[in-house]
Design a binder for this molecule. Structure first.
Ligand SMILES: C=C(NCc1c(COP(=O)(O)O)cnc(C)c1O)C(=O)O
Length: 390
């Protein structure tokens, strides 16, 4: 799908890097081909404060370090850090700033990110303004330090023009952080377009097996990296070694999984677009998406995430539809091999103030799908039979 269909060419060597980058067997005494999982929380020292490389698991761990370096490479970055969750990574980034600083956040972001900024960071004196993409510049003030956007946004799947937003941020000497969870490093490299920081909920596509909660930050800016590494250790927002081992294993199939997620989600989107009980489908891979062209300018493809509006559906009818699904599982999260469906207005985005949800059209007829790796015929017939129930 990449290159010839108007998307960016696929990043060369991605699958090879995901399998081999920073995983040379020669780095281990055992010459292990599979990176060992080091669970030790502490490391023997030659003498007091005289240690080889690691002293304590929170400050550094071999399994985590391999993953952090590999993830940086996959996002075409220099410096990666892993955190205990996606929101843990967001907390780390927010902790770069101090009371009185101002953060501009895109209006359409994960409900937990909205809640963290609105109900936690503001308590520490950070001023947060939620704006739509057209109002970013007019909201920049002398104390603005960071612009935080998702692209794609959760759950209305808006595409933010990363290059234009980075140019705008840097014109005003402001940093740009891009949460790229919904697209993944396989399809999108925000650093290539000027972003200062990339954030991922590893929990989603990158781990892709719905069995790890983790986050990551990637940057090319050594000063930012050093500050974040200090915060990662000082705040203790680190992932477990076993989880790092699990994610390192998941990277081996990330390229293959993303290709199949893209194929399945576009077929599902095309099916729904023609269905009489569907009012509108929102999928960046469809020409009908308002920012389809921007999306293809900054990515080489799309994941399995999509949203759609049921036609004239009440909350009750949306509940009926979701309960009737048999292969799509009604659950929060996304990006695993299993297909999931959810109702953002009462689930992932319930914590977003109602007036904001209304403006964003996060209404009771909006269904979000994470299209997995099941046989496409089964997925489409599952949707068909559930739509017949309303
Ligand atoms: C759980 C869900 N989102 C988590 C999420 C997060 C938070 O990641 P956690 O690993 O769940 O803390 C950050 N950024 C985006 C774009 C996200 O979608 C969800 O949308 O179902």
């Amino acid at each position: 799908m990449s290159g010839e269909s108007g998307y960016l060419p696929q990043h060369k060597g991605f699958a090879t890097a995901a399998i081999h980058a920073f995983q040379e067997p020669e780095q281990w005494e055992s010459l292990a081909v599979v990176t060992p999982m080091v669970s030790s929380t502490t490391f023997k020292q030659y003498g007091p404060a005289n240690f080889k490389k690691y002293e304590y698991g929170r400050s550094g761990n071999p399994s985590r370090e391999v993953l952090e370096k590999c993830l940086a490479t996959l996002d075409n970055g220099k410096y990666g850090l892993c955190w205990s969750s996606g929101l843990g990574a967001t907390t780390g980034v927010a902790s770069l700033f101090t009371a009185g600083d101002h953060i501009i956040c895109g209006d359409d972001v994960y409900g937990g990110t909205n809640r963290l900024f609105r109900q936690v960071c503001s308590k520490f004196g950070l001023e947060i303004t939620f704006v739509n993409e057209k109002e970013i510049e007019k909201n920049i003030k002398p104390n603005t330090k960071l612009i935080w956007i998702e692209s794609l946004t959760n759950p209305t799947l808006k595409v933010m023009d990363i290059k234009a937003t980075a140019e705008l941020a840097h014109k005003h000497n402001v940093l740009l952080a891009v949460d790229s969870t919904f697209v993944t490093p396989y399809f999108q490299h925000p650093l290539d377009f000027g972003a200062d920081l990339v954030i991922h909920s590893i929990t989603k596509y990158i781990n892709g097996h719905s069995d790890v909660i983790m986050g990551a930050t990637i940057t090319n800016n050594k000063e930012i990296y050093d500050k974040l590494k200090f915060l990662q250790n000082s705040m203790g927002i680190i992932p477990a070694p076993f989880d790092c081992y699990q994610v390192t294993r998941s990277l081996k199939t990330l390229a293959l999984r993303m290709q199949q997620h893209m194929k399945n989600s576009i077929q599902v989107a095309k099916f729904l677009e023609k269905h009489p009980k569907v009012a509108r489908v929102v999928h960046p891979g469809l020409p009908s998406h308002p920012q389809h062209d921007i999306f293809k300018r900054q990515s080489s493809g799309c994941s399995g995430i999509m949203s759609f509006y049921l036609k004239n559906a009440t909350l009750e009818q949306s509940r009926t539809f979701l309960s009737a699904l048999k292969i799509f599982t009604l659950a929060e999260s996304l990006g695993g091999y299993e297909s999931l469906a959810e109702l953002p207005s009462v689930m992932t985005h319930a914590s977003v103030p109602e007036d904001q949800r209304k403006v964003l059209k996060i209404t009771d007829d909006l269904i979000r799908l994470s299209v997995g790796l099941e046989d496409i015929e089964d997925l489409i017939s599952d949707l068909q039979q559930a739509l017949e129930k309303i």
